[in-house]
Write a protein that binds this ligand. Structure first.
Ligand SMILES: Nc1ncnc2c1ncn2[C@@H]1O[C@H](COP(=O)(O)OP(=O)(O)OP(=O)(O)O)[C@@H](O)[C@H]1O
Ligand SMILES: [Mg+2]
Length: 276
């Protein structure tokens, strides 16, 4: 399979300071990449840049190349990938422009030139997929941040883009719904053959199926198979919480010899008792 996304020697600077420092990576079509790293490590700037939206971030300068399906978005701009890439920003407030929920989801579909009945079906489908079908007639201004975030995700999914970039899409969503959200995203990824890059610091939701993990701290610290990466790098040094089962396996592995029942109990205590 070919590469959908190729990032080469990417630098993003603000007043001479490097926010993204010489980052290169490639994503094959159909992959599911989770980007993680410390707060302020450049995850949101990276996502905005590779989606051609860095122009909206005033005062930032870019160097390098970012190809989406062979198009250099740093030169061609956000319009060159409209319809191909759907972007969910970290702050949903920056992404709503319409009065009602229904209009918000329908608006980009109208711009795509879809017929009214298809638009109606897609709006219904996307809102119910995100568990907010009942909010269809509501004013956007009446929604909670969590509801707004779900509506924004629905408005992107309704366009059925081939590539999706999501920046902490659950940051305002009720934790109880987070697991369900990621299960829905995984099903869509498989059903629609999407390529996904998602910024997330709670790795337990995505570790079971993400094909790659990218650890970013202005520089690219590590990129590769998530399990391999986690066995080599202690992500907690970068402010990312290690999922309990990963910590447990690492602690057991560190014994490197047959271990007693007591040691297993000690490892379990270390993971599940001292964390809380
Ligand atoms: N438009 C901008 N102009 C100048 N500096 C910026 C701009 N946007 C972000 N930065 C700076 O770039 C750095 C990285 O910010 P970014 O928002 O990408 O981090 P992040 O990894 O997404 O953090 P978080 O996990 O808190 O969302 C920060 O120091 C931030 O202050
Ligand atoms: Mg961010």
């Amino acid at each position: 399979m070919g590469y959908c996304i190729e990032v080469e020697d990417l630098v993003v600077e603000s007043e001479g300071q490097r926010i993204i420092d010489n980052v290169s990576f490639k994503v094959e079509c159909g992959e599911y990449v989770v980007v993680t790293g410390p707060s302020g490590g450049g995850k949101s700037v990276l996502l905005r840049t590779i989606s051609g939206g860095v122009g909206y971030l005033t005062g930032l300068r870019t160097k390098g190349r970012v190809y989406i399906n062979g198009v250099n978005v740093l030169e061609e701009g956000v319009k060159s990938i409209a319809g191909t890439v759907g972007v969910v920003l970290q702050n949903p407030v920056n992404q709503v422009f319409n009065l009602t929920v229904e209009e918000e989801v329908a608006f980009p579909l109208e711009n795509m030139g879809l017929d009214p009945s298809t638009i109606g079906e897609r709006v219904e489908w996307a809102l119910s997929l995100l568990g907010v079908g009942g909010l269809r007639k509501k004013l956007v201004s009446e929604l909670s941040m969590g509801q707004l975030q779900r509506v924004v995700v629905a408005s992107i999914i309704a366009m059925k883009p081939k590539i999706m970039f999501l920046d902490e899409p659950c940051s305002h969503i009720d934790p109880a719904f987070k697991k369900e959200f990621y299960a829905t995203l995984r099903d869509l990824w498989k059903a629609l053959g999407l390529t996904i890059i998602v910024v997330e610091h709670e790795l337990s939701h995505v570790l079971g199926y993400a094909t790659k993990m990218l650890l970013l701290n202005r520089r690219l610290v590590a990129y590769g198979d998530p399990v391999e990466l986690l066995s080599k790098v202690n992500i907690e040094e970068y402010g990312v919480k290690e999922p309990p089962h990963v910590k447990y396996c690492r602690l057991l592995k560190s014994k490197l010899r047959p271990i007693s029942e007591n040691e297993v109990v000690e490892c379990l205590k270390e993971v599940f008792c001292r964390d809380s």
